[in-house]
Ligand binder design. Structure first.
Ligand code: CIR
Length: 267
């Protein structure tokens, strides 16, 4: 796959979904209290506004009460300029979310295909870089799903590599992000994995691991509130930051990347 500068962060559009009242029943590894729907929606509004201010047109989907985790729209789909892939999330309560987001994908893309086979991939396990797409195996993304996904990407002209998400980490991107321009932000465990070759890696300071999940959107990096050392490291590296509260999403192991599908329509 040819290096496509900006593929991983130059976007024109995003899709988001408002948190449902049922979000209090969302999945979490460790219980730190239920998220509050009103507070979550207030944080979500700020998030949508930040995407708009970064230059994106945002399609805002309505809440889906039957899927408590459905505001984490990153997981049931993956978008490229050429089309969208409807994924199959790898946990029982989220299985129907792929079908639920299909119409929104079809509204933006001429080409929408479903992940072939019967394996599972969560979009949170897919890290798009400018020259390769990394797919992390996890409790949600299995070998069958990852291989089918890599095969489909190859048909579309993209190189992808299957990696192992470190033990105990929900999704591959829970522990790393691309800042674009060849720079990765990663936890120590992820940085030591060797997945990133000779790219520059900013290591997330110990104790701030949650802040490994940031998103570069055009000219800014969105960073979760409350992680001053990570914020300083990103700024020292020359990036412009926007800080956003993610306290409610965090109660469900969610972060900034999970709350949107970001993509560029073909120019
Ligand atoms: C879940 O466990 O599926 C949700 N509570 C959180 C999903 C976060 N998504 C992501 O990291 N891409």
């Amino acid at each position: 796959m040819a290096h496509r500068p900006g593929l991983s962060f130059r976007f024109t559009h995003a899709i988001t979904r408002s948190p449902s009242e049922s979000v209090a029943n969302g999945i979490r590894a460790v219980d730190s209290g239920d998220p509050d729907c009103a507070a979550f929606r207030a944080e979500h509004d700020l998030y949508v506004r930040a995407l708009q201010e970064a230059g994106l047109h945002v399609d805002m989907l309505p809440p889906l009460e039957e899927f408590p985790d459905s505001c984490f729209v990153e997981d049931p789909a993956f978008c490229l300029p050429e089309g969208a892939i409807q994924l199959r999330p790898g946990t029982a309560s989220r299985k129907g979310e792929g079908d639920a987001i299909r119409t929104a994908l079809e509204a933006r893309f001429d080409r929408v295909v479903e992940l072939p086979g019967s394996g599972h991939v969560d979009g949170g396990d897919v890290l798009m870089l400018d020259d390769v797409i990394l797919v992390g195996l996890s409790a949600r993304t299995d070998v069958a799903g990852a291989e089918a996904f890599v095969g489909l990407l190859a048909d579309w002209g993209y190189s992808a590599k299957v990696c192992e998400t470190p033990e105990g980490v929900l999704h591959f991107k829970t522990a790393c992000s691309t800042l674009g321009d060849g720079v990765i932000l990663a936890t120590r465990a992820m940085a030591d994995s060797g997945f990133f070759g000779d790219r520059t890696i900013i290591i997330v300071p110990e104790g701030e691991e949650y802040s490994a999940n940031v998103i570069r959107v055009n000219d800014v990096v969105l960073v979760p509130e409350g992680y001053p050392k990570t914020l300083a490291a990103i700024e020292v590296a020359g990036f412009t930051t926007v800080v956003l509260p993610t306290h409610e999403a965090r109660k469900l192991d969610g972060g900034l990347s999970c709350l949107s599908l970001r993509f560029a329509t073909p120019s």
